[in-house]
Design a protein. Structure first.
Length: 254
C-alpha cells in the first residue's frame, strides 16, 4: 500500500519527525508538499468558500488532500494510506497490519486510523470484524460527529469520486466525512479500533483556527514547544494531551 505524507515546506521539523517514525517501521512513503494557506489570496479564498466561514488553513488542508487523490489517479494506486505530518504512530508493526487492513477494508468507505468525536456525548462503535491481531474494523453508529483526517486508508475509486465532487460542488473541509456520505460520494466510514495512530503533542495544528491577536499567541506557544523551553513546553504538551482526550470519548458495542 502506498503511503503519502502531507507536509508544509516551511515545516521541515515535522517531516523529520514523520520520516523517523516511518523509516523505523520500514514503510516506504512519498512526501506531498502541502498547499500553504498563507499563499492563498483573498480572491482564491472567496472562490473556494463562496462566502462561507472557512479559514485559509482549512482550504489549504483540503487542497493538500486533493493533491494526494490526484497522485493516486496518476500513479494507479488502488489503495493508499494518507498521513498528515503531526501523527504519532503507536503500533510498532504497522506495516504488517496495513496489509491485513487493506485486504479487509471496504473500498467504498474511508477507513480511519485516528479519529475523534466532535459532538456532545460519546462516539459509539458498532460490532465489527477482526482486522488483524488485536484490532477490529468497526463502523460508528453516527457519522456526523466523527472528525479528523490525520491518518486514513482510501481507495482510488473513492479518491476519484471526492475529486469530482469537489470540482462540481461547494468546497468542503478535508474531514467532512459526513458530507461525503450524505451526498453518496462514499458509502460510509470505518474505524480501526483501538487507534494505532494519534495526534502528536509536540505540534499544534498548522491550520490557523484562530484569528486576530490569538494568532500571535499560537505562534509563540508553538515555538516554545518546538524549542523545548523548560517547564513551559512540558506544561503545554500535557495540556494538549488532556485536551485531546476530551474528544476520545469512545465506547464499543459487542
Amino acid at each position: 500500500m502506498k503511503t503519502y505524507v502531507i507536509n508544509l515546506k516551511r515545516s521541515p521539523h515535522r517531516l523529520q519527525f514523520m520520516a523517523a517514525q516511518l523509516n523505523k517501521l520500514q514503510l516506504d512513503f512519498e512526501v506531498v508538499e502541502a498547499v500553504d494557506g498563507q499563499q492563498i489570496s483573498e480572491e482564491q479564498l472567496s472562490e473556494y468558500t463562496k462566502g462561507r466561514n472557512m479559514l485559509r488553513g482549512e482550504v489549504a488542508c483540503t487542497l493538500s488532500h486533493l493533491k494526494c487523490y490526484e497522485l493516486m489517479q496518476r500513479n494507479g494506486d488502488e489503495i493508499a494510506l494518507i498521513l498528515e505530518d503531526d501523527c504519532t504512530i503507536s503500533e510498532l508493526f504497522l506495516k504488517q497490519h496495513l496489509a491485513s487492513w487493506a485486504a479487509k477494508a471496504d473500498r467504498e468507505k474511508i477507513t480511519l486510523l485516528t479519529y475523534f468525536w466532535c459532538r456532545e456525548g460519546q462516539m459509539v462503535l458498532l460490532p465489527g470484524k477482526p482486522a488483524s491481531h488485536g484490532y477490529s474494523i468497526r463502523s460508528p453508529r453516527e457519522i456526523w460527529g466523527v472528525a479528523r483526517s490525520g491518518a486514513y486508508i482510501i481507495s482510488r475509486g473513492s479518491a476519484k469520486a471526492i475529486l469530482e465532487y469537489t470540482s462540481n460542488n461547494d468546497f468542503v473541509k478535508a474531514d467532512n466525512w459526513y458530507g461525503y456520505y450524505r451526498d453518496e460520494i462514499i458509502s460510509g466510514i470505518d474505524c480501526i479500533y483501538p487507534m494505532p495512530i494519534s495526534e502528536a503533542a509536540d505540534f499544534g495544528s498548522d491550520i490557523d483556527y484562530v484569528r486576530g491577536n490569538r494568532v500571535l499567541i499560537k505562534k509563540l506557544v508553538d515555538r516554545m514547544v518546538r524549542y523545548k523551553i523548560p517547564v513551559v513546553a512540558t506544561w503545554i504538551k500535557n495540556r494538549r494531551v488532556k485536551g485531546s482526550l476530551r474528544y476520545k470519548n469512545i465506547t464499543c458495542i459487542d
